[in-house]
Design a protein around this ligand. Structure first.
Ligand SMILES: Cc1cc2nc3c(=O)[nH]c(=O)nc-3n(C[C@H](O)[C@H](O)[C@H](O)COP(=O)(O)OP(=O)(O)OC[C@H]3O[C@@H](n4cnc5c(N)ncnc54)[C@H](O)[C@@H]3O)c2cc1C
Length: 458
């Protein structure tokens, strides 16, 4: 949708083709538990949406999008009833991190001088940055593993765990190279702007993009799966928001064998097991700070998080998984009937895992919020297979568009200099398997649209 908007803004005529009966992709909001409870089926919290150079520039507010900001982006509770909190203020965050408060500030502060420039470089292919010195400094830290970074920078449990929870969004083992980059970026976004949610649900992000696209003359067709190139009307350029494996299948002989082999060898990462709850009240966190954050990371210490992520990467089921919880309805009263709440959570599991994680996820919440399970009115679960059935791009439940190992972190999806192009000058890839990867930011689409506008659509 982002690619379509960029092309339409440039005066090209655009048709978006969507396989499912409704638009939304990884940003759908639906009543899947009880009437009146609006659940974000996939993405819920949008740190990258708020800093995306594209989404910030587009007039989405005029087309229905309102970001909602909780008092704090993120809380991370511990067994003793305390919590580390990522606040926008460095010093307020530091105050929750015990003896590591100053070390946290020292790690973050140098990057907070011109965050617009930093995020602009981060949200594009790892090639020649616009701000090379800043990116070199970022790379020196970000290319490290989370484990080595937290051990060298922090003495206490709180800062280590807070940073590890952010790093775990990489879907990498926390000892893996570059896992620290995810921790650093997400913490910086929290300090620089926020981790917001969209009023009414994530669907509003795509609906506002669609409304803007239509205002520019673009068209959308739903319920039409593209299986081969013959399913696409004649066009000067086709931009595919599909996974590399699907592009290889759809384009077939329109792409050379060597490139098809590269697409086939693209690697996918661990999956997720997801739950939505209709709740009779707010989650009764033992640490009251957790009620002030839209996102809560569960799993306690760095060691427990590291064990959970190591298990997901190595094909094992963690008994005490790292759980990501979102509680949008605390800050958005359109999400649930009066006096009620929605709950959203997932944990990482091995690629394509079939184990029902419901008891393990609910035990983790109960551990930090005794009485949680008594509030459950209804739940809907999604296994990795369900996630893939919901959206063909999420192979084996991998929601990040492919593994973030070092090679694919730098060369994504193939080793081509312009990662959005293929050897066929008409065909482009614009999915989250291209840079900058998974997340709701529109920058994959933006990059692919700019490539097309700079070549066949010039
Ligand atoms: C459980 C879960 C939680 C997540 N949480 C977050 C979060 O909190 N924050 C965040 O930023 N991100 C999150 N994500 C990831 C986020 O949803 C994706 O990174 C994002 O949606 C990718 O956007 P996209 O536009 O590239 O593709 P998608 O949103 O995947 O959209 C692609 C669209 O293309 C359609 N399509 C695919 N193949 C075909 C075909 N052959 N023919 C026609 N149509 C086709 C699909 O049906 C889909 O509608 C989450 C994902 C999941 C599943």
């Amino acid at each position: 949708m982002a690619a379509a908007v960029v092309l339409a803004e440039a005066g090209r005529s655009v048709l978006v083709i969507e396989a499912k009966p409704t638009i939304g992709g990884g940003c759908r909001t639906e009543d899947v538990t009880l009437p009146g409870f609006h659940h974000d089926i996939c993405a819920a919290i949008h740190p990258m949406g708020m800093v995306s150079p594209l989404l910030r520039r587009l007039p989405l507010g005029q087309f229905g999008l309102t970001w909602i900001q909780a008092p704090a982006p993120l809380a991370h509770p511990f067994d003793d009833g305390s919590a580390a909190v990522l606040h926008r203020s460095l010093s307020a965050s530091g105050a929750t991190l015990g003896k590591d408060g100053l070390a946290w500030e020292g790690l973050m502060r140098p990057f907070l001088r011109d965050t617009d420039a930093l995020f602009e470089d981060i949200l594009k292919p790892v090639r020649i940055p616009r701000h090379p010195f800043r990116m070199a400094r970022f790379g020196a830290i970000g290319l490290r593993s989370c484990a080595s970074l937290v051990r060298s920078r922090f003495e206490g449990e709180k800062a280590r765990a807070l940073f590890a929870g952010c790093s775990a969004h990489s879907f990498l083992a926390l000892g893996a190279a570059a896992s620290a980059s995810f921790g650093l970026v997400l913490a910086l976004v929290g300090h620089a702007t926020d981790w917001p949610c969209a009023k009414g649900g994530s669907q509003q992000i795509v609906d506002s993009l669609a409304a803007y696209l239509r205002s520019l003359g673009g068209h959308i067709e739903v319920g039409r799966e593209v299986r081969t190139l013959a399913d696409v009307p004649p066009a000067r350029a086709v931009l595919f928001d599909v996974t590399p494996r699907a592009l290889e299948r759809i384009a077939g002989p329109a792409l050379p064998d060597g490139f098809r082999r590269q697409l086939r060898s693209f690697r996918y990462g661990p999956g997720v097991f997801k739950i939505d709850w209709a709740l009779s009240g707010p989650i009764p966190w033992r640490a009251p700070e957790c009620l002030r954050a839209a996102t809560v990371h569960l799993g306690g210490t760095f060691e427990e998080l590291a064990a959970s992520e190591h298990a997901a990467v190595h094909g094992q089921i963690a008994e005490r998984p790292f759980v990501l919880v979102a509680q949008q309805s605390l800050f958005d009263d359109t999400r649930a009937p009066a006096g009620h709440q929605t709950g959203w959570a997932y944990c990482h599991v091995p690629h394509g895992a079939t184990v029902d994680m419901t008891p393990r996820i609910e035990r983790q919440i109960e551990r930090f919020a005794p009485g949680f399970t008594d509030l459950i009115l209804a739940r809907r679960t999604m296994s990795p297979a369900d996630v893939e059935a919901h959206n063909a791009n999420m192979i084996g439940g991998d929601i990040g568009g492919g593994a973030n190992d070092l090679m694919q972190f730098i060369f994504r999806p193939t080793s081509r200099w312009d990662p959005y192009t293929t050897p066929n000058p008409r065909l482009f890839l614009c999915s989250s398997s291209t840079p900058p990867g998974g997340g709701v930011h529109g920058m994959c689409g933006h990059g692919a649209a700019m490539s097309a506008l700079g070549s066949v659509l010039r």
